[in-house]
Ligand binder design. Sequence first.
Ligand code: SPV
Ligand code: MG
Length: 575
Amino acid sequence: MNAPDNFTTLSASRAKRLRDMLLSQELEFLMEAHNGLSARIVREAGFKGIWGSGLAISAQFGVRDNNEASWTQVVDMLEFMADASDLPILLDGDTGYGNFNNMRRLVRKLEQRGIAGVCIEDKQFPKTNSFIGGERQPLAEIDEFCGKIKAGKDSQDDSDFCVVARVEALIAGWGMEEALKRAEAYRRAGADAILIHSKLSRPDEILAFAHEWAGRGSLVIVPTKYYSTPTDVFRKAGISTVIWANHLIRGAASAMQSVAQEIHDSETLVHVEDRVASVDEIFRLQNADEYTEAERVYLSASQAPRAAVVLAASRGAGLETLTADKPKVMLPVAGKPLLRWLVDGFKKHGVNDITVVGGYRADAIDTAGIKLAINERHAQTGELASFACAVDKLRDDAVISYGDLLFRSYILRDLLDSEADFCVVVDSSATQAGADGSGNEAGAASGARDLAFCSSPDTRELFGQRVLLQRVAPAVNPIEPARVDGQWIGLLSVRGKGRERLQQKVAELRARKDFDKLDMPALLNALVAAGEQIEVLYVHGHWRNVNDLEDLRRAADFAHAQTPFADSGTGQGND
Ligand code: SPV
Ligand code: MG
């Protein structure tokens, strides 16, 4: 079972990893994130740590970087970020949101939420972003700020939690000497690193500061304004950590502006679709697959979401007279198309995600409540190629069905209840060549297809006995007719990991030269040959398929018998 965030848990705590970064001899980088999604993106890009930027977090809330968002709102957002990414997060904690006492509570709350450290700046609450009239902003008293650093350090539970002290003297125009004096005081007060900030477009004052500082402790910089400086310059100056402080919120803003404008102006999505992340990519970033996996573990089989794939590409070989303008599945049976009977049957059991694979006259398929996939090459290909058009999209447990089936409701219910990775419905009343258990007598016109050979016959006595499918054959071998255990009626369920292995098997078969000719039994046989256990659910009649006009007439009788107030006495033993 995956952890909810699907990441390997790194052995060192986040606080320890942040501390290691600050102390490392290598130049390290923290990347800005402002919500769960961006935190995940930072992690996937390969960064080792996150800067919880005050500017970016307030901007994504749509408010100013003036402590307009409350500190608890910031901490709530950090919790989403920590859940979405296992990276250490250094919070840009502004001024500590108040005095020493607010700082103490902040540190405790940050530790409780798995945040690795906090950076506080020596300004006064409420602050303004350093790039907005920085020189007009009052600085904190050195002693008061040192008390705040001490209060933070004394409040941390985990000795690795980091407090970074940010010196704003250069921003406020108080000069290099003041900056150095403050940095030294903050270091002595217990700060784990000093962030020295500058708003110049060249790195000169940062480099001068680093030179004078002479490695007394770790130095952190934010080169937003002096961005054109080659990173090696920072390396050579002995900087510990560079913060790329706001580039994801800015990247997101320009992408959103451009997409919104384009859609507004063009009144269509067609120009943006290929330029934006796919919906599937968003699902991936949300770790949607883990949810599906968890459903399989925690929901009962009957609650788990199910999809269905209905194979409906054929015209119907014995039904040409009726199918000039529609595929077989759209032939009316007792007042509604065959396909509707199936779809209604699925929906009745909560199977709502139904993909119908059409081919011949797919345009005539009633798409209400279903998704339509199209096998464009239906004229040259078989069932498996049609199934292949839908199989890759399956994300849930699924039932695969021939499109020309009618069955009593309990058959689907029992199939959905099966916990097996693979389960097929086999009609054990069809055991002779020429019989098809849909109630046709032996030797009836439609003939048998999909004869099933199983690990044991249906004794109808050993309730709960596990029977496995061994093979499905198109016709009985006259030499061993007695071995037929029934007929696969065209219903298969796949669950959990079975779905992935089914998708993989279809992909393998796709590479075969004769892929176009393969039918669904070929897939079942290939799964068995690969060692898969396909459980058998035996039934005794109670279903119909439609291959010719006679089947169609019988199907109508069968369907009538399934509707309320119908006369069920159709005289057909197995129905
Ligand atoms: C932030 O990212 O909010 C910072 C860095 O404080 S800066 O905006 O450069 O001041
Ligand atoms: Mg900030």
